[in-house]
Write a protein that binds this ligand. Sequence first.
Ligand SMILES: Cc1cc2nc3c(=O)[nH]c(=O)nc-3n(C[C@H](O)[C@H](O)[C@H](O)COP(=O)(O)OP(=O)(O)OC[C@H]3O[C@@H](n4cnc5c(N)ncnc54)[C@H](O)[C@@H]3O)c2cc1C
Length: 536
Amino acid sequence: MPDTLLALHRQANWNDYFANPQTCQAMLHIKRRCTSTRAAVLELASMGGSGQSGDGADKRWYEGEAAPPSGWFSPRRTPRAARDPHGGTYAEPSREVPVHLETDVLVVGGGPSGCAAATAAARLGADVTLVERYGHLGGLATGGLVFWIDRMTDWEGRQVITGYADDVLGRLPEEAVYGPAPELWGSTDPEQVVFWRPRQKAFRGTVTWSPTVDPEWLKMVSVDLLEEAGAGIVLHSWAVDAIVEDGAVRGIVFESKQGRRAILARVVVDATGDLDVCALAGARYESDTDAGDVSHCLNVVWCFAGIDLARWLTYARESPDEYREILRRGAEELGHLELPAAGWRNDVCVFMGPRLSGFDGLDVDDLTAVEIESRRRMADHLRFYREHAPGFESAWIMTTASQTGIRHTRRLTGVRKLASEDWKAGVRFDDEIGVSPSPSQKFETVSVPYGSLLPVELDGILASGRHIACDPSTQSFMREIPQCWVTGQAAGVAAALAVASDQAPREVDVDRLRAELRRQNVFLHVEAASEAARAS
Ligand SMILES: Cc1cc2nc3c(=O)[nH]c(=O)nc-3n(C[C@H](O)[C@H](O)[C@H](O)COP(=O)(O)OP(=O)(O)OC[C@H]3O[C@@H](n4cnc5c(N)ncnc54)[C@H](O)[C@@H]3O)c2cc1C
């Protein structure tokens, strides 16, 4: 039967077909409904393949990607319904669990937003603890090998993402950072653009501040910043439940090798990326995705070393016909050819794919399938690149990501939803806590409101990072690492202020919050009206 699926896959150009988010939704639906592979095959056949690339492919510039979306549906996969539990349910006995510790501010998740949140809160003197499920910090930026830090400059080259971004990047040794010098940011000089674009540091004809960094150094300096600020770190601990009292989150239950334990806190920051703590606490959330955005794709990122990237890029520029032929052949042989992105040194590159469509980042069987299929695809790529790509003759697999590449699962339903109508109209919020570069020259920089970190109803908790309250189209750039640093830093400062003033996060004085963010070197657009009035 898998052969039949494979045949269908080829015949109907499924690679492109499943890159289309609408059909991906349909695919997920089929997988949930069909009880056998045969049923899935028949249903797939009845859908037919469009043979077209995903709609709105141009949106992938949000991640600096130039080619149209593409992905695969794994023909080895068993439909979900066939895998769903058949054994009914098990009533887990209730039990008392030890309290591991009590803290003022508990940050759950040690990715970009969690590290920024915990560092910022601790700098205000709060007692802060950060809990992380893996054995290192950095989240997708390190464990996920997404060390290509996206744009922090606007279209004129002005840096608008500062604060924690500068602190953490400034700590990295020179050898661990690769990107254009500040005097080139905003440059539209064709020579500079031609050089930096294939290295993912020029976008829409403009050179940007979007470095690639060594993930191992990023792990280490993230710890240094936290420890210097005085925050506590608890690694290898997975939050599995939220403690809620009188409509407010008061801590978490987590699992580790020591079993199940609790951490009690006055304010919690949910920086899990998947909104785990808010969801466990009963907060409302949204999960819809936008047509044409890659947010529906899951993949495992990998790095090849022993390469000469400059040679490959020179070949692409100087021998365009031969280069195109390699891409064509790769697409034919492998189903789709992923392209390398620049690492932090010339002998290392990163492949951000393969993008596997139609999988759910919250489904453990899907996550398993993606891990296995991605590495198989990687081995195919290694063989192909070694054989055909100048500069890759001696390539070897340096590493694969320990954190699955998930761009989107849940988004908070917040007090304020950052929506594309707002930033397209250039709205500047009176509770602005940060600024993002805009997705294209057509728009002004994006104002990020404090309300997008606050759940509509639940108290005692803030959400930062890729799951803040926004629409899908806004999430496609607000999920980038620099933007996650921005919302994380704001959440951390707000949490510390809430603790200091014994208030709920939603009651925090926004002027004080903004003033403190500025003191921590965060770029903000304007003085809030009341702040200006107070100063006069
Ligand atoms: C394939 C891919 C390519 C991308 N490309 C780019 C790019 O080029 N440039 C860019 O800037 N961004 C890119 N992004 C987006 C960016 O990497 C992420 O959106 C960003 O890292 C999100 O940061 P975060 O802190 O919100 O979440 P994450 O980075 O996901 O961090 C969340 C942390 O929380 C931990 N955690 C999760 N659940 C729990 C729990 N229950 N208990 C305890 N700990 C928990 C995780 O282990 C992790 O450390 C890409 C993403 C992907 C997947």
